[in-house]
Design a protein around this ligand. Structure first.
Ligand SMILES: CC(C)(COP(=O)(O)OP(=O)(O)OC[C@H]1O[C@@H](n2cnc3c(N)ncnc32)[C@H](O)[C@@H]1OP(=O)(O)O)[C@@H](O)C(=O)NCCC(=O)NCCS
Length: 152
């Protein structure tokens, strides 16, 4: 499994992977938006045998990082991508990682496993849908575990 900063040539694969997040009101797989994320170097793709097995978009916000999208198509890849996000927080001395997650995704168990101890359900928060906020403080004492993301 190789995780790399996404390039324009990954765009179609990334949009295909992200389709699972699309709702009636919001298209996370939108090409223009994902091209923007790629151009900002906020998008990382997990590749195996030339196939995209997972995607994370990590948006820097004021003093924190927002996991804007996360999809894993293969068990274990979700954990790899969140660990990458944690490493990026540490590397940049950013103490907080968080995300919105629509309740319909039922991803709470995953975020809890990944150490997101803050979990709040906000009713009709996003596009009139119930949505969780998941947040995690980053322990800055731990060592950054990568220098080159392609080591994953
Ligand atoms: C949620 C998602 C990213 C998890 O990715 P994954 O690769 O299946 O997760 P991993 O295999 O790395 O799981 C890490 C740990 O969390 C656990 N886990 C994963 N999904 C879980 C869930 N829905 N509920 C409870 N535990 C879960 C795994 O069992 C594993 O535990 P372990 O370390 O004790 O073995 C993936 O299922 C997915 O893409 N879902 C659809 C899109 C989605 O919901 N994205 C998040 C929206 S913000």
């Amino acid at each position: 499994m190789k995780i790399q900063i996404a390039q324009v040539q990954h765009l179609n694969d990334i949009c295909e992977v992200l389709k699972v997040l699309d709702t009636e009101k919001r298209t996370f797989s939108d090409k223009k938006q994902n091209l923007f994320f790629i151009s900002k170097q906020w998008c990382y793709v997990a590749m195996e045998s030339g196939k995209a097995e997972g995607v994370i978009v990590l948006e820097p916000t004021e003093g924190s990082y927002n996991i804007y999208t996360l999809v894993s198509k293969k068990k274990g890849v979700g954990k790899l991508l969140v660990n990458l996000a944690i490493d990026i927080c540490r590397k940049n001395s950013i103490p907080k990682l968080w995300c919105w997650s629509l309740a319909r995704y039922e991803a709470g168990g995953f975020y809890k496993k990944m150490g997101f101890s803050e979990s709040f359900l906000l009713q009709k928060q996003w596009d009139s849908e119930d949505c969780y906020f998941f947040g995690k403080l980053i322990n800055m004492d731990s060592k950054v575990s990568y220098n080159n993301i392609e080591e994953y």
